[in-house]
Design a binder for this molecule. Structure first.
Ligand code: 5GP
Ligand code: MN
Length: 316
């Protein structure tokens, strides 16, 4: 944390926040930084403002300290916004705005930096990886190592996506030396699904449709389906990745209904299409191969609008 050492020295109150519907990298980055700052600055008061993380992340120590109640007038000396820009901080945005100094740490290519200090490095696999390199090694313990490891594992699809660099693997190797059960952690937080999560995934895959000569695939989950299978948006992670795994598919789209004529869109690509550019067109963002946005309109209008942007990028 050399780049922000003077800010840290003076900070008596610190808040940490991440994006709405926090994913593995976001939750783990927040928890790793929380524990790191507790160790480095034992006198400081540190609070976390984040939506309730998915159940499997309760293996992380300190997760019960997360404040999912954002009603506060507090004005923090320092606010860390992790894995997102200010637009995606949700209800933590007013707290971020009130803070005396704001630090933005992220790896999304679409993020132009929303802090007074911005550490945004799109070539990084994950925010967790970037954060780890900012930490002074003497404060890193097994719990921090676990969080960083799971964060990286989630954003790299368990060291599989092209964002995995030799440096990513080097960090993972260093972290494994702490001796935690990495295999169980990945199984429990990444692969394991509840029965209902598995059922809704099956339902979504069954209802998927290919178009553009099989180069695109799309599926949608309505609010009624979510009610029927007793699931919430958190339970839909992984569906779009399954769709992207279909042979011949260059770009996968998954949508779930969030309101009347409102859908949350997730996109994945094999790299031929920059889905971050597509998402940015509709007010969202992300990475070249994984991005998302929220769209208004009917399901079919949304598909039409997205496929126009995708087709413009796809080589014939
Ligand atoms: P997912 O499809 O897994 O929700 O998100 C894929 C990637 O796109 C993630 O890195 C996520 O942070 C980003 N992303 C998803 N939805 C949005 C959005 O509405 N706005 C922005 N800026 N990024 C998004
Ligand atoms: Mn991330």
């Amino acid at each position: 944390m050399k780049r922000i050492s003077s800010e840290l020295k003076e900070a008596k109150t610190i808040a940490i926040g991440g994006h709405v519907r926090p994913d593995g990298d976001c939750v783990c980055s927040v928890m790793a930084l929380y524990r790191y700052l507790q160790k480095k600055l034992p006198q400081a008061e540190i609070d976390i403002y984040l939506e309730e993380p998915p159940a499997p992340f309760h293996v992380l120590q300190g997760i019960e300290d997360i404040k999912s109640e954002f009603n506060t007038d507090k004005s923090y000396d320092l606010f860390f916004a992790l894995d997102c820009n200010d637009e995606r901080l949700g209800d933590a945005l007013p707290i971020f705005r009130r803070a005396k100094k704001r630090v933005n740490i992220d790896h999304h290519i679409s993020n132009t930096g929303c802090g007074d200090i911005n550490i945004v490095e799109p070539e990084r696999s994950s925010t967790a990886e970037l954060l780890y390199d900012l930490m002074e090694p003497e404060f890193v313990d097994e719990e921090i190592a676990k969080a960083v490891y799971i964060g990286i594992a989630h954003d790299t699809g368990v060291f599989r996506y092209s964002n995995t660099s030799p440096h990513t693997m080097q960090i993972a190797a260093d972290l494994l030396k702490f001796g935690f059960d990495f295999s169980a952690l990945i199984e429990e937080t990444y692969y394991e699904k509840t029965y209902f999560q598995t059922q809704i995934m099956g339902r979504a895959i069954l209802g998927s449709v290919r178009f553009m000569d099989g180069r695109c695939i799309v599926s949608m989950v309505s609010r009624r389906m979510m009610e029927f299978y007793c699931v919430t948006p958190k339970d839909l992670d992984g569906i779009v990745n399954q769709l992207q795994g279909v042979k011949g598919v260059d770009c996968a789209i998954f949508m779930y209904e969030t309101g009347t004529l409102e859908y949350k869109v997730s996109m994945r690509s094999n790299g031929l299409v920059d889905v971050s550019k597509v998402a940015v067109k509709f007010g969202g963002g992300g990475h070249v191969r994984a991005a998302g946005c929220t769209m208004n309109g009917t399901y079919h209008d949304n598909i039409n609008n997205l496929s126009r942007e995708i087709a413009a990028q796809l080589p014939k």
